[in-house]
Write a protein that binds this ligand. Structure first.
Ligand code: MV4
Length: 445
């Protein structure tokens, strides 16, 4: 096992990784920007190094500065968290060349799955059902029109280098295809430096269901069941839960086995999330793989009773997964609400500023993952997520009741937060009955 791990991230995930390191007897090195100086979790790290100013390009995204911090502190490995450099294959490659273990997949697997057309080909080879679409990159409008006619409208135009909704367009007919194709290419070029696009049939009113997977270096791949992440707004998830409340045990097994097949075919190591769309008839279709630990991993930890961050450290250090699939049971229901410093009454605009009162909830069935404390100043330079509130209960109705109780207890002053938005979603009868899809928030709020 490693003796020292550097965490190339900030906020709640940096704290989450520090905790996992300490449980495994590993010394944790934190890095911080000038905007994060004084964060309480930095005192929990065994060492903390300033790597530059607030602007991410000069600190959390600055590879030379992070590598220097790792070298100075004699770190054996780097945990990238999520966001920032977590899915940067160049960073993973540089770590390797410097003899520092990147706690994530090999750069080759990251490159393969980061290309959505390659990921589709891999899924096909693995025998997993995927959304009907183009076999590869669509080079021009005329070729695209032919393929779209074959698939049947409506179709979705997606960026090959994309993910998370950028560079995506829906086309309902030839005319909207022409304009959508050009603007998707332009947006993809601007966002990813790669304008390549491909086509898929539009799945109407889908649910977003994703499978948590962990692979070790011997090729052993385990799943930790699925999460339903349909409650999102503008591709920002707001509420996630496990298990998905609408799939039966047979569909669940097929879904999770499909995820494992894809990950095995990619020669993958470490944590991954395999995303699917689920339609009204319980058909699921592979869409993409996220090659990182995700924000919402705690719901999978709660229902399986496993520590996914500790497991990431273990498999990265070369340990075999000491579990079999049969050991991993799912029990109960976990729901996570992301609490952001945003004003729901004002278009969810960011609300940075000093927090003068912070009283988090607790009690039975509640987990609070946050780096925030009374006196902390939320910087405008970063993502607005303050806290993840996780309720874990035997049944979904009980988990909803516990979450509502906890959200009502939570005091965060004076900044605006998404607590009221979460409360109103949890009180909506369509959410309670789980008659939802990815458009639920936009349609009802
Ligand atoms: C789709 C889709 C419908 N049909 N693909 C959005 C982000 C990216 N991960 C994939 N996305 C979608 N792909 C087909 N063929 C609908 C979405 C989608 C969506 C997916 C997951 C969660 C929220 C979403 C919100 C709008 C659209």
């Amino acid at each position: 096992m490693f003796s020292r791990v550097l965490i190339a991230n900030r906020g709640e995930i940096a704290l989450r990784v520090i905790r996992a390191c300490h449980e495994l007897g590993i010394s944790a090195v934190a890095v911080f920007s000038e905007a994060d100086r004084g964060a309480a979790y930095l005192d929990m790290a065994d060492e903390a190094i300033c790597i530059g100013p607030a602007v991410p390009a000069e600190s959390y995204l600055n590879i030379p500065r992070i590598m220097s911090a790792a070298e100075i502190t004699n770190a054996d490995a780097i945990h990238p968290g999520y966001g920032f450099l977590a899915e940067n294959e160049n960073f993973a490659q540089i770590c390797k060349e410097c003899g520092i273990t990147f706690i994530g997949p090999p750069p080759e697997a990251m490159r393969l799955l980061g290309n959505k057309v390659e990921a589709r080909k891999l899924a096909k080879k693995a025998g997993v059902s995927l959304v009907p679409g183009s076999d590869g990159v669509v080079e021009n409008i005329e070729q695209g029109l032919k393929i779209a006619a074959g698939i049947g409208y409506p179709v979705m135009i997606k960026a090959v280098a994309g993910g998370g909704g950028r560079g995506m367009r829906v086309a309902h007919n030839e005319m909207s295809f022409r304009s959508g194709f050009t603007s998707a290419q332009a947006e993809a070029t601007a966002a990813f430096g790669d304008g390549s696009v491909y086509l898929e049939k539009l799945i109407v009113e889908p649910r977003h269901v994703e499978v948590q997977v962990m692979a070790d270096a011997t090729g052993k791949v385990l799943h930790f069941y699925e999460r339903d992440c349909s409650i999102q707004r503008r591709h920002q998830k707001m509420i996630e839960e496990s298990p998905c409340p609408v799939i039966n045990e047979k569909t669940r097994q097929k879904l999770c086995e499909s995820a494992i097949r894809i990950i095995k075919h990619a020669n993958y190591v470490n944590a991954a999330t395999v995303e699917f769309l689920l339609d009204k008839d319980q058909h699921f279709y592979f869409i993409e793989v996220n090659t990182r630990i995700q924000v919402e991993h705690p719901v999978s930890e709660m229902v399986t009773g496993r520590d996914l961050i500790k497991m990431q450290l273990q498999v990265a250090s070369g340990e075999k997964l000491g579990l079999t699939q049969r050991d991993i049971k799912h029990r109960g229901v976990a729901i996570e609400c992301r609490i952001n410093a945003e004003d729901p009454a004002n278009g969810f605009s960011p609300c940075p500023g000093k927090i003068t009162r912070f009283i988090p909830p607790g009690g039975p069935g509640i987990r609070v993952d946050t780096h925030v404390y009374q006196g902390w100043t939320v910087s405008p330079s970063y993502d607005s997520m303050l806290c993840k509130l996780i309720a874990y209960r035997p049944t979904r109705d009980e988990a909803i009741a516990t979450m509502r109780r906890a959200l009502s207890e939570f005091v965060i002053e004076p900044i605006k937060t998404t607590i009221p938005a979460s409360l109103s979603i949890l009180s909506h009868n369509l959410f309670v009955k789980s008659k939802i899809d990815t458009e639920f928030v936009e349609r009802n709020f």
